[in-house]
Ligand binder design. Sequence first.
Ligand SMILES: O=c1[nH]c(=O)n([C@H]2C[C@H](O)[C@@H](COP(=O)(O)O)O2)cc1CO
Ligand SMILES: [Zn+2]
Length: 161
Amino acid sequence: MSDKRSGYISWDEYFMGVAVLSGMRSKDPHTQVGACIVSEDNKILSMGYNGFPKGCSDDEFPWAREGEPYDNKYFYTTHSELNAILNYRGGSLEGAKLYVTLFPCNECAKAIIQAGIRTIVYDDDKYEMTPSVMASKRMLDAAGVRYYRYKRTGREIQITL
Ligand SMILES: O=c1[nH]c(=O)n([C@H]2C[C@H](O)[C@@H](COP(=O)(O)O)O2)cc1CO
Ligand SMILES: [Zn+2]
């Protein structure tokens, strides 16, 4: 009989929790997205959140959702998934798993496929009806990248910092 502690968090809770925590760094006032890339043997390889590229000030570049393309955020934000891929400097992501709080868009799907990531665990899918996410699923399906929705456990975690 083992005296192992019970009540510890599962791998999925752990990695999605890290993705959520990472998203808390986002300065986007509307949508915060976090990502965590994990190896096949459950080691965290990289993390990311949505934001402007290095050198592009969060206080000077626009966070607006509307207006001319030059004056809204869409030309400038790097998505959490792409940031997590680019933040990894250790070599290959072949066979890795991506935990992400929002279903990846078509641009991120291309990067995910080309990086060799084979599995996506996502939480929110609020843009599922958009052409971008439909195109994303089309490419992921064609490339054989598995994706499944994170099953929320309802566990609440309080951390005092
Ligand atoms: O997969 C994604 N990953 C990601 O990081 N994002 C970022 C880009 C923007 O900063 C924000 C989306 O903004 P909005 O929901 O206001 O359109 O989320 C958006 C998507 C879209 O699916
Ligand atoms: Zn994206």
